[in-house]
Design a protein around this ligand. Structure first.
Ligand code: CDP
Ligand code: CDP
Length: 206
C-alpha cells in the first residue's frame, strides 16, 4: 500500500533528520525534495538556464558534491520561486510519493501542493536563532568559513523568500501536525513525529 508521509518546514528546522529516521522506522523510501532544487541551483551557478536544468535533471544530479553549501541553498531558493521550474519537478515527486511500500518526502510544499492527499502530514518549525545555530555548527564541521550573524541573516532571508513567493509558498497544510523542535533533542523530535504518524494510521516496521 502506498502510505505517504509529507514533512515540511523551514531551513534547519530538523525535517531532514526526522525524515531519515521516520523512513527507517516505517520501512519506506525517502526523498529530500530540497535536493532537486539544490541540483537545479547548482547547475544555474554553473551557467545553465534554470528551466532547462530542471527539465534535464537526472538522478545522478542528486548525488553531486557541493549540494549542501550555503551558496547552493541560496541559489536553490531563487530557482524555487520560478513557477515553471517547480512545475517541471512535480511528476517525479508525485510518482515517488505513490510508490509501493510507502514514502516520506520532505520539503516546503509537500503537504500543500505535491501530496495534498498524504496520509500523514507534519510541519516542523524552530526559532530562527536555533536554526541558524544548527546550520552554523554544520558549516563549521564541514570546514566552511562563516560567521553566525551571517548565517542568521541567510536563514531569515531564505524564510522570507520561501514564505513570500506566490507559487507554493512555505506554509502548513490545514491538516498538518506542527512539531516545534526549538527545545527538543533529535530523539524527542523523532518520537513526536513517530507518534503523529502512528496516530494518522502509519504502521511501524522497526
Ligand atoms: O536543508 P534546507 O532546509 O536548508 O533547504 P532544502 O530543503 O535543501 O531546500 C533548499 C531550497 O529549495 C529551499 O530554501 C526552498 O526554496 C526550495 N525548496 C522548495 O521550494 N520546495 C521544496 N519542496 C523543497 C525545497
Ligand atoms: O532538513 P532541515 O534543513 O530542516 O534540517 P536538518 O538538516 O535535519 O537539521 C539541521 C541540524 O539540526 C542537523 O545538524 C541536526 O542534527 C540538528 N538538530 C535537529 O535536527 N533536531 C534537533 N532537535 C536538534 C538539532
Amino acid at each position: 500500500m502506498a502510505f505517504t508521509i509529507a514533512i515540511d518546514g523551514p531551513a534547519a528546522s530538523g525535517k531532514g533528520t526526522i525524515s531519515r529516521e521516520v523512513a527507517r522506522v516505517f520501512g519506506c523510501a525517502h526523498l529530500d525534495t530540497g535536493l532537486l532544487y539544490r541540483a537545479v541551483g547548482l547547475r544555474m551557478l554553473e551557467g545553465e538556464e534554470p528551466l532547462e536544468a530542471a527539465r534535464a535533471l537526472m538522478p545522478a544530479d542528486l548525488e553531486k558534491d557541493g549540494l549542501r553549501t550555503g551558496a547552493v541553498g541560496e541559489a536553490a531558493s531563487k530557482v524555487a520561486a520560478i513557477p515553471e521550474v517547480r512545475a517541471a519537478l512535480v511528476d517525479f515527486q508525485r510518482a515517488f510519493a505513490r510508490r509501493d511500500g510507502g514514502a516520506v518526502l520532505d520539503g516546503r510544499d509537500i503537504g500543500t501542493v505535491i501530496c495534498p492527499e498524504a496520509e500523514a502530514k507534519l510541519f516542523v518549525i524552530a526559532s530562527p536563532e536555533t536554526r541558524a545555530r544548527r546550520r552554523f555548527q554544520e558549516f563549521v564541521a564541514a570546514g566552511e568559513d562563516v560567521d553566525y550573524s551571517r548565517v542568521l541573516e541567510d536563514v531569515r532571508a531564505r524564510d522570507a523568500r520561501d514564505m513570500g513567493r506566490a507559487d507554493a509558498p512555505l506554509r502548513p497544510a490545514d491538516d498538518a501536525t506542527e512539531i516545534d523542535t526549538t527545545h527538543l533533542s533529535i530523539e524527542e523530535a523523532v518520537a513526536a513525529a513517530i507518534a503523529a504518524i502512528e496516530a494518522a494510521g502509519g504502521t511501524r516496521t522497526a
